[in-house]
Write a protein that binds this ligand. Structure first.
Ligand code: ACO
Length: 425
């Protein structure tokens, strides 16, 4: 095993180098504190490996993304979402029999307990569907307590019921009655029907929408140790159950710097369009360094090259718009903005490229999904990734330790809390 040397206070220490299967290397700092009293300081965990993982590989410099070794470009065009769920969670592609059984189980567990419907009644009409999703995910725990001997059953339940939870959240927001799932439809088609059908009327899910959603779900399915997945692992490391851990990940995803960016991109484009469509003027504000004026859907902690998902979605957007026979000026505006930003020195110097959220919102819009539901759509796609990481952590004899980072304390030194008689007030 190779090592790195650290010289500190005149003494030399050897630290092991850990190497991954794609040649990625890390310094193992576990014994640093014991040997030297030092900790590592890395705000935002920009250069910290929190675990070893065999699920997803990203090379941000080259724009590579692979699920369990399979290039995203192949998975996105050759698989259906349910197969990708199985692959990510269990490590290998299912054979035909395993896939049929997995899909069958996912179909049979889509119903929500009728008592859960009452929870929806308590929300105000304008409630953000992500707040409903987070609460409902945690609530599932009360109905299906963890059974250590059958963790797979709750994995099925969460993958199956999440789309019902999401569609009910949408129906609640528009004041329409809930539409129940059907057992003869695929995962995406079942969800879209629960979103768009109304009682007593036939509704057939257009194939183009079903296929588009399939692609979107796959492209969002995992992305190694991102903010929500790390949250999932963090909460799960305390031994919290699957539903509680998922609920925390939903909250982490909601923020506009993470999954909430898909909603923020559309709001940004609408705002630019409403004020005359001047991209350069908007970019000038972005470049002034004002943190309230970022180009949403651009930049990534890991990708310093094209995000391969953004490339696929840009192509998918053209094809979906063609098939639906619609034209959205926001798509033109997004393309114009991308072209200008990619040539602009500010973005070139900082290696800022469009990320997955830049084009996803425009496609959701074309599919008739309201803006507030965009991050819920991301949630549905990311579920298999979160579950795969939670499961991997639980099954890892070395890595299943409670997440508990250290800090460098910068506050007051010890001082006396004088008695001012305030306790008696
Ligand atoms: N617009 C303008 N400037 C940007 C942007 C952006 N979108 N992103 C980064 N920068 C600039 C920063 O101001 C900084 O400049 P400086 O060196 O002059 O200070 C530099 O690029 C590096 O940016 P950081 O914020 O340090 O990068 P970090 O890795 O911490 O942040 C993040 C990554 C949060 C994604 C950031 O790029 C961002 O806020 N993007 C917009 C929001 C977004 O699209 N989020 C979705 C990400 S993908 C996902 O989560 C699914």
């Amino acid at each position: 095993m190779s090592t790195a040397k650290l010289i500190y206070d005149g003494k030399e220490y050897e630290l092991d180098i850990v190497e991954g299967s794609e040649g990625e290397r890390g310094v193992d700092t576990l014994k640093l504190r014991k040997d030297t009293g030092l900790i590592t300081l890395d705000p935002g965990f920009g250069n910290t490996g929190s675990c070893k993982s065999a699920i997803t590989f990203i090379d941000g410099e080259k724009g590579i993304l692979r699920y369990r070794g399979y290039p995203i470009e192949e998975v996105a065009t050759r698989a259906r979402f349910t197969e990708v769920c199985y692959l990510l969670i269990y490590g290998e592609r299912p054979d035909a029999d395993q896939l049929a059984k997995f899909r069958r189980k996912l179909t049979l567990h889509t119903l929500l307990h009728e008592d859960m419907k009452k929870f929806y009644e308590g929300y105000p009409p304008g409630a953000h569907p992500m707040s409903i999703m987070a609460a409902m995910m945690a609530s599932l725990s009360s109905f299906y307590p963890e059974d250590e001997t059958d963790l797979d059953m709750n994995i099925i339940r969460i993958l199956a019921k999440s789309k019902t939870l999401a569609a009910f959240a949408f129906k609640k927001s528009i004041g329409q009655p809930f539409i129940y799932p059907r057992n003869d439809l695929s995962w995406p088609a079942n969800f879209l029907r629960m979103m768009y059908a109304v009682p007593a009327e036939e509704y057939e899910v257009p194939k183009v929408l079903e296929d588009a959603l399939n692609t979107l779900l796959i492209l969002h399915a995992d992305h190694e140790q991102n903010c929500s997945t790390s949250t999932m692992r963090m909460v799960g490391s305390s031994d919290a159950d699957l539903f509680a851990s998922i609920s925390s990940a939903v909250c982490a995803l909601w923020g506009p710097r993470h999954g909430g960016a898909n909603q923020a991109v559309i709001e940004m484009l609408e705002q630019i369009q409403a004020s005359g469509g001047d991209c350069e003027k908007f970019l000038d504000k972005v470049k002034s360094g004002d943190p309230n004026h970022r180009l949403m859907g651009f930049g990534h902690r890991v990708y310093k090259n094209f995000d391969p998902r953004a490339k696929l979605l840009k192509t998918a957007a053209d094809s979906i718009f063609d098939q639906l026979g619609i034209h959205d000026p926001l798509l033109d505006l997004a393309k114009k903005m991308e072209a200008i930003a990619l040539k602009d020195e500010y973005f070139v110097k900082r290696k800022l490229y469009p990320n997955v959220d830049f084009y996803s919102g425009i496609i959701y819009r074309a599919m008739g999904i309201p803006t507030e539901m965009f991050t819920v759509m991301f949630t549905l796609g990311r579920l298999p990734g979160w579950i795969a990481h939670w499961r991997e952590m639980r099954n890892d004899p070395e890595g299943y330790r409670i997440y508990r980072p250290r800090q460098i304390y910068t506050g007051e030194k010890e001082r006396t809390f004088e008695d001012r008689g305030t306790k008696a007030l």
